[in-house]
Design a protein around this ligand. Structure first.
Ligand code: C5J
Length: 220
């Protein structure tokens, strides 16, 4: 059993029963020319967490833990992108439109790939999810159950959208979840701060938080 002095209290986990879940670290959100930028966001904020995510991913692989990568991705015919989602807001490019990195948030397009720094390795789970949450319309719960997973470590983007939604879905399914604070980011720093606070409030009502340095020390 490994222990981290997390917030709001100790987080105990067994690497063999824990998965590292990396949410949507895809070019569409992190690189210029993707969906994030079409919505008017500064993607450099998200790029800043890449080195910390790389360090955690390397250590987790070294420890032999299960890795799950997600991508927010829709089918080319957009049958799993409801009009309510596609028509929301006033982006310069909508989901399915052709941008500098191919069709926005469409599976298989260059912009939909995980950034090269965090590229999935053989044997890791790579999941396309049409919603914000990683459990909605995906086989993730069944895959985790098949691997005997009870605990989840979260990183990725954006904190208050896909990361928070996925962590809440996981919490409702009975997983003990920990968010690595310096391995998640938002285009809105104040939203990240609020999301981190609300998830660990009320005695870890959604889950725990800790830093990547704490995890790396625990895995040594
Ligand atoms: C967003 C996500 N922000 N991955 N997706 O639309 O958080």
């Amino acid at each position: 059993m490994t222990t981290i002095a997390a917030v709001p209290f100790l987080y105990n986990f067994d690497v063999a029963a824990t998965a590292l879940v990396i949410i949507d670290m895809q070019r569409d959100f992190v690189e210029p020319g993707g969906f994030g930028e079409t919505l008017g966001n500064d993607v450099s904020l998200l790029q800043a967490i890449v080195p910390a995510c790389q360090a955690v991913l390397a250590a987790w692989r070294e420890a032999g833990g299960l890795v799950v990568h997600t991508r927010e991705a829709h089918t080319p015919n957009l049958s799993n992108c409801p009009p309510a989602k596609r028509n929301r807001g006033a982006p310069t490019l909508r989901i399915g439109d052709v941008g500098p990195m191919g069709r926005i948030l469409v599976a298989g397009e260059p912009g939909n790939q995980i950034i090269p720094e965090l590229a999935p390795a053989a044997g890791e789970i790579v999941l396309d999810k049409p919603g914000k949450g990683a459990f909605y319309a995906t086989p993730l719960h069944e895959q985790l159950q098949a691997n005997g997973i009870t605990h989840l470590l979260f990183m990725g983007v954006t904190t208050e959208v896909c990361v928070q939604t996925s962590m809440r879905e996981a919490n409702d399914r009975g997983y003990d979840c920990l968010l690595l604070e310096d391995c998640t980011e938002s285009y809105f720093p104040q939203f990240k701060a609020a999301a981190v606070e609300m998830m660990r409030a009320q005695g870890a009502i959604v889950g725990w938080t800790a830093t990547s340095a704490q995890l790396l020390a625990a895995l040594e």
